[in-house]
Design a protein around this ligand. Structure first.
Ligand code: 3NM
Length: 213
């Protein structure tokens, strides 16, 4: 995985998009310059069965057209069936050591909230870690309380070689603080899904990246 791939990491499932076709949202985000995509189909109205897999394949195809890594949230079996570029797991999903065994060399991302979780992720060769929620978020029902940038900064200082993506309530106004704290990139749902001008939003978020790059 290239560290720069984390710069603007877009996460989406059908429940994150209300009045538009999610595939159109993804395509606009890809055209505008997102650098990584995570398929995260969650929530009470989430697609299941054939529709779930078909939607995942459609997202993957778009990502391939734009040469952007396609990462699957949680579902290792789906990632393996599709030949995804990687998998992202949280602390409530399967253990990082098992995930690494199952997916071989695919990209492995792990959400961490403490020094212990961070070290476990590193020991089992996570390619990157996600740290959040930095700010308050409405996109994850079971999210922990916002943690600010302290842990992110600490993780970056302890492990400068470890690629880190920050997540949770990040938008064009607060993204700068996150990069300043040491993140390689930002992962966003609502900043893009709720944008009325995706191209402009993506450009603005990318310009914050460039200031720091
Ligand atoms: N994971 P938004 S916060 C998917 O803290 C997710 O691990 C989080 O969405 C974590 O950009 C989050 O809309 C939601 O705040 C991020």
């Amino acid at each position: 995985m290239k560290r720069e791939d984390l710069q603007l990491y877009f996460i989406m499932g059908t429940s994150n998009v209300s009045h538009q076709n999610p595939l159109h949202v993804l395509e606009r985000a890809l055209q505008a310059g997102i650098t990584m995509f995570q398929f995260r189909e969650k929530g009470s109205h989430a697609l299941t069965g054939f529709a779930y897999e078909q939607f995942a394949r459609q997202c993957q195809k778009l990502c391939q057209q734009y040469n952007v890594p396609f990462i699957v949230n949680d579902d290792v079996e789906l990632a393996l069936r599709l030949g995804a570029d990687g998998v992202h797991i949280g602390q409530d999903d399967l253990h990082v050591s098992i995930a690494r065994k199952k997916i071989g060399n695919m990209i492995l991302g792990v959400s961490v909230h403490s020094q212990d979780e961070l070290e476990t992720a590193i020991i089992h060769q996570a390619d990157y870690v996600g740290i959040g929620p930095i700010f308050a978020t409405t996109s994850k029902r079971d999210a922990q309380s916002p943690c600010g940038t302290n842990f992110l900064q600490q993780a970056h200082n302890f492990y400068p070689e470890l690629p880190i993506v920050a997540i949770g309530g990040i938008n064009p106004t607060n993204a700068y603080a996150v990069f300043q704290a040491g993140a390689d990139g930002i992962a966003v749902i609502s900043a893009i899904c709720e944008s009325i001008d995706i191209k402009h939003t993506v450009n603005t978020l990318r310009s914050v990246t460039r200031i720091n790059g």
